[in-house]
Design a protein. Sequence first.
Length: 476
Amino acid sequence: MELKSEHINTSIAPNLEKLLQQFADNDFVIVRNFSKADDSPLASIVYLNILVDEKTLNQQIIRKMTEDIFEQGQADEVIIESFHSLGEVRSIQELDGIVSLIANAGIVIFVEGRSEAYGMMLPGYNTRQIDEPKIEINVRGPREGFTEDLQTNLGMVYRRLKTPELKSKSYTIGRQSQTKAIILYLENQVDPEVLKEFQRRIESIDLNVVVDSAQIEEWVQDSTFSPFPQILYTERPDRIVSALNRGKIAMIIDGTPNVLIAPTSFFEMLHPSEDLYERFYFANFLRFIRLITLFISLFGPSLYIALTTFHQEMIPTPLMMAFLSAKAGIPFPTFLEAFIMEVAFEILREASLRLPRAVGQSVSIVGALIIGEAAVQSGIVSRPMVIVVAMTGIASFTIPSFSTAIALRLLRFPIIFLAAFAGVFGLSIGFFVIILHLCSLQSNGALFLEPVESGRLIQTLKKYVLFPVRYRNNSK
């Protein structure tokens, strides 16, 4: 039954009939009628008892709506007074708005003879308490992390940015889920064209159900088939505040603790919020280390394959002799060794994530040690290959952005194939293809791989190097 734009009837009975048709076969819909003896209802309350705080409802509203009060003709006054004691009261004239409010943990009261209903939010379900972030763990800095509750997340941001320049705009996404989403930005920092483009993409979302921010991230990003994420997400309020101060746009989605940041760049994926809480020289040292581990995680096994298979003259003789000695008796070529170990490492990593936390870590560590040692003892793989794969896996853990780390893990396999067939030349081809792809990407209309700006050396350096606080301004 279509209720869109259908106005409320002045009589309660037709309204209740249409609502109950919408919520047919739903045992949690509660209708409370208030009337004189043997008369039609003077007022009715409708709500879903699994979403609403029934204790507050009974104490603050229903208790006051007694038969004696209705006999005095004070229904409207009692309702407004009772509602205002709990929060914001809204007047609803259309039935589709009533259905949406009830589905979003609201209560609705119909009054006989009125062409409008009174509604308000009264959620009563439990939400997760504010806790330390589970993934973005810092040694120093704030310990708060976002939760699945939209209002709680908004409060953590507004508590840190006490300025009228902080603006917000609400959206409802998902035809059936009716998921609430809010974008935040600083009016004096954001680029108006970037904001307009981001809003256009949000308004174009056409999904039936939204259960996580990943769906919205995939919808609004520029290149759907790129392995690299073009929207940054975080579970830290302090990182959102830092991003807003640099002209970014944040999007908070109800039901998920991950907040989206747009536009973003590739190097921002490598800079965790902890960099801001360390001395600038140590933070820059860590950024340099992450850049090295990025290349190790992407090219480690392929470089070993290329050197030992095609370019042995580039390896010092003592080291090459050690490699050949370890390789003696191994039935598989170096390429197949790397492929087997990489697949085994990915299987162990996935198993450790799916197992209960109490045994997951022990399985990943003990399993890697046992399988690696068993593979070496049985002559399936060589010891240098185990070391290379282990260093590659450890290097990938240093990438702060989990989505970026996954992209590097995926790209590692085609680069291994290129190195196995063409050596360093194939590895170079893979490297330049990745660079060209990164240069072609955009994040909400902004370049994903930020260019070096000619004539603006300081502004360019601020994108990659962390300056002391007094010279930092809005750079990260």
